[in-house]
Ligand binder design. Sequence first.
Ligand SMILES: [Zn+2]
Ligand SMILES: [Zn+2]
Length: 393
Amino acid sequence: MSIHLVVGIKAIENAPRKRLISPPVQSRVFEVVGPYRMRERREEISELPERCVLLRVMLTGVCHADLRYVSCSRPPHILRERLPLPVFHEGIARVVDVGDDVRNFRRGDLVVVVPNVPCYVQNPEKYPDIYRACESCRPGGPGENLCRDVKFLSSNAPGLSRTFLIHPASCIFNVPRGIPEEIAVLAEPLTVVKRAIELAGVNYSSRVAILGGGFMGFITAAVLSFIIGISKQNLLVTDIFDFKLEKFEDFAITLNVREKSIPEDILSSFDRAFECAGGKASESTIDQALSLLSPGGTCMLIGVSEEKIPVRTRILLEKGLTLKGTTRSAAIDYPEVLKWLQRKDFTKTLRRIIYPKIFRADSCDSILTACRTAESPETHGKVLIDWRLEIEE
Ligand SMILES: [Zn+2]
Ligand SMILES: [Zn+2]
């Protein structure tokens, strides 16, 4: 009895304090309700919890992870649990208001949103600090990107397809002056790449193969070339489309694997490989990695596949190769990426992989059009959506 009483008081002490937002803000929320079906509703935001900020969404990127909800290609039990769901997890926003105990941000700041909200941030009553966080988030654990009780935007938490949202202040970073918005919005996928490159143990003298020249393949190759300093002759990119490979030609060797098989002289000659295609294609891209890697090499798996993928384990054994998975990123990955984005040579190259038309989020239809464009096999570039709607009340 007394134990319950103590626990009860503690819970009240730890519950976040909130302050009123006056007048309350009307957020337009666009959420996925079925395959390529969205609805719009209004949500009133009237309270701002401590250590949180009120954000106005500015620009978001469309990612394949979001598209799996838009097209409803995730497993049915997941969809049943999570829909209706506002989507998108790559974005920048303006700080509209700051809650109590928020010191590093002020109204009007342009920030990049960290979609990975770890256990000790989203549920401090259960996980009071990082020492009492889940096993992944604790010091020495595998990392917050693998948090066992995470809230991840556009996955098990509402995403950015809304005009206003409340977000923890520990999960935003100021966009340094001089970084254009359409470049800053690439920060989230770049943090995923940064983490994958660190896990792979790559340095400037490594020989690296990138399998799949889509958006993730492009930004991985760009980081390896411009930030890590890998020379063109040590950086190989494979794909089955020349229009994709053309974008790499000044900083990587390219190989169209639909037209040609892998030349003998480069077999077993790479230290590291990055599988960036995902989906059904990963059966052949992992196969290429096994052929290209030298004994003791590592293939990082970045592309996502919902299905089982057959792998020639015999080659894995014979060469002593490692297949390593990685996903998402954590707040700790952002400051360095934001420094990268201040380098003009790097951002000039990144511009090649931004889809030239920026879509406007004025209706469910326009958002769905942006999603269909992002999904099209002919599209090679990050599709962006602007959330500054013309009719603002
Ligand atoms: Zn993403
Ligand atoms: Zn955790």
